[in-house]
Design a protein around this ligand. Structure first.
Ligand code: ADP
Ligand code: MG
Length: 383
């Protein structure tokens, strides 16, 4: 079922009366397509949980509307919206068994929805199989690992076959290995059931890896919506560029003069069409290639061999980040006897941002092989 948010806004009064209200969710308008998994992503406190609570009905919006399909559900109580909700802390009933926990949402169905005990048991079994917890039905939550408890919580949220599944940082309490495994599990369950799902996280890698679309938020405001790769490749502002990617994007202070981009005193790239101005220059770690006569000269700190590729750690006087991390193919050799390392920049991995507004400044990236009189193609022919 598609979910449509129209100008959705939630303001909280500030506990300190002299301070202005907190706008936790500020004019959200977007449509979540039927059957997709959406990653709602942003730093702690940006309004992710509030957005989810509005969608499930635990909070009432100050303004705006929520539609499930074509039905306006803005004034419906949570139990009539048909949502399944999973929280970070599992929130299982400790005195009930796994089976009883999963069956719980079915116990209170009324009228023609009322189920017999046998039907409830069958549905609980089915939901348990979906999350592969069927062998633990008689245990209490305290007898399960964190990952297993979270699977029970997911089964409980799925047992009524919700219109929409809402997951609020469901993996935060799990250790690294379980986190990876459980997120793949969630993706599989979502694909199998095709239930429209909103997955909230502050972890960009988590959101990028499982979402059909990501929604990046900052201070209650949506910054950008798109496919993970598109948002990574084409961020609309410096915040989004910095928020996505590990290692993060490298940011330099730069300036544009007469169609050339300068970092420090060095002209590093042609950026035809950009007027003269100060900019932030974002360069993805994979946006550098080693070149003995490279345009950008950096102070070499360390070369970390990672097997498949090599991470070069360096710095530069015009750097806004702490260090420069560049990832280069393992075959390329860095001369570690030198105190400097020189790079050329890959135009499609360089992004410019206004120094004041931090909004993206677009330029026509020219494929390096076509730059007249200058061979900037790396040895393996890659850009
Ligand atoms: P996130 O889930 O992204 O960490 P939240 O949605 O929990 O963020 O919070 C967003 C903002 O709204 C925060 O500044 C938070 O302090 C504020 N907030 C959340 N709930 C309430 C509330 N019930 N009363 C007042 N302020 C709240
Ligand atoms: Mg939260």
């Amino acid at each position: 079922m598609k979910v449509v948010l129209e100008n959705l806004t939630k303001r909280f009064p500030n506990s300190n009366k002299k301070q202005p209200e907190v706008i936790a969710v500020n004019s959200f308008s977007f449509e979540i397509p039927d059957g997709k998994l959406i990653g709602l992503l942003g730093p702690s406190g940006c309004g992710k949980s509030t957005a989810l609570n509005l969608i499930c009905g635990l909070e009432t919006p100050t303004e705006g509307k929520i539609y499930f399909g074509d039905t306006d559900v803005t004034d419906l109580p949570p139990e009539l919206r048909g949502v399944g909700m999973v929280f970070q802390n599992y929130a299982l009933y400790p005195h009930l068994t796994v089976r009883q926990n999963i069956m719980f949402p079915l116990e209170n169905l009324k009228g023609d929805k009322k189920l017999t005990k046998q039907q409830m048991l069958e549905k609980a079994e089915e939901a348990a199989r979906l999350v592969q917890i069927q062998d633990y039905m008689d245990r209490k939550p305290s007898e399960l690992s964190g990952g297993q408890q979270q699977r029970v919580a997911i089964a409980r949220a799925m047992v009524k076959i919700p219109n929409v599944l809402l997951l609020d940082e469901p993996l935060s309490n799990l250790d690294a290995r379980l986190r990876l495994q459980t997120r793949e599990e969630i993706r599989r369950i979502q694909r199998e059931t095709k239930v429209t799902t909103i997955f909230v996280t502050h972890d960009q890698e988590e959101a990028m890896s499982i979402s059909d679309l990501i929604v990046v938020m900052k201070s209650g405001v949506i910054q950008q919506i798109g496919k993970p790769q598109e948002v990574y490749d084409d961020p609309v502002n410096l915040f989004v560029a910095k928020f996505l990617g590990t290692p993060p994007i490298n940011v330099f202070f730069g300036s544009v003069k007469a169609g050339k981009l300068y970092i420090g005193k060095e002209a590093v790239l042609d950026v035809a069409g950009v007027e003269d101005r100060d900019v932030y220059v974002g360069v993805r770690p994979e946006g550098f290639w080693l070149a003995e006569d490279g345009a950008l000269t950096c102070n070499l700190h360390a070369v970390e061999v990672m097997g498949r590729d090599t991470s070069v750690v360096s710095d530069h006087e015009a750097l806004d980040s702490i260090t420069i991390r560049s990832i280069i193919p393992a075959e390329e050799q860095v001369d570690t006897s030198k105190s400097t390392v020189r790079f050329n920049l890959k135009p499609f991995k360089v992004e410019l941002f206004d120094r004041e507004t931090e909004e993206r400044i677009y330029f026509e990236a020219i494929e390096p092989s076509r730059v007249a009189g200058r061979d900037m193609v790396s040895p393996d022919g890659k850009q």
